[in-house]
Design a protein around this ligand. Structure first.
Ligand SMILES: [Zn+2]
Length: 218
């Protein structure tokens, strides 16, 4: 945006400085210089219009049945990276993993990655230390593993990775990694064991691991 000229306008009470600007889109428009300086005016209005159109189109796309699971992946990705209350935030946003600027628009994300090919495939990063952008992402099937399944019903605890040990009279958290059982914790509190399992599952299996739903305060 370029300032072409300024002029003083007196409304009877005080002087205000107006500017005639040339917007990036080519249109000329006038506004208070102070609005531009404070960041209140970034364009002739075309930018705002663009954002409204984008939001409308995202809304429309998100309602498309065919795109529902792709849209859910996109939302989950943003959540992991930016919502501090997200259960997986520490592994993502918390360690500097972010979503590239372009992908804050669902349309661009969809253009770059295409539709999620099937529910067995999830959005994964090729280099685990880099963020979410086109060249570092692919749909793959890392999540079709035992580690990502829900707990079986009829066990001695409602939580995955937790069993009741009659011998010790306590709950026992453990995790199976590459065929080996790893002991995590004995506790009277079932939730504490569920939390211990969650921590280990994220460590060993990554973001697609099944995580017990527990409130953060135990
Ligand atoms: Zn404009």
């Amino acid at each position: 945006m370029k300032l072409i000229k300024t002029y003083i306008y007196n409304n009877g009470k005080y002087n205000a400085t107006y500017g005639l600007y040339k917007c990036k889109c080519g249109k000329e428009f006038g506004t208070l210089v102070s609005r531009v300086k404070s960041g209140g005016a970034l364009s002739c209005g075309c930018l705002r219009l663009k954002r409204v159109i984008e939001a409308k189109s995202t809304h429309k796309l998100s309602k498309n049945k065919d795109l529902k699971s792709t849209y859910a992946c996109w939302i989950a990705m943003k959540q992991r990276c930016s919502n501090k209350n997200n259960q997986r935030y520490q592994l993502y946003g918390g360690r500097g993993i972010s979503v590239c600027k372009e992908w804050l628009s669902f349309e661009t994300f969809l253009n770059d990655m295409g539709k999620r090919p099937s529910k067995d495939l999830s959005l994964n990063r090729i280099n685990n230390d880099l963020g979410y952008f086109k060249d570092n992402c692919r749909w793959d099937s890392r999540q079709a593993q035992e580690s990502n399944k829900k707990p079986a019903k009829g066990k001695s605890s409602q939580y995955k990775g937790v069993m009741y040990s009659k011998q010790k009279n306590k709950f026992h958290a453990k995790i199976q990694v590459n065929g080996k059982q790893i002991h995590l914790l004995f506790s009277d509190k079932e939730k504490e064991c569920a939390a211990a399992y969650n921590k280990a599952a994220l460590k060993y299996f990554g973001k697609d691991a099944y995580i017990n739903e527990i409130s953060l305060s135990l």
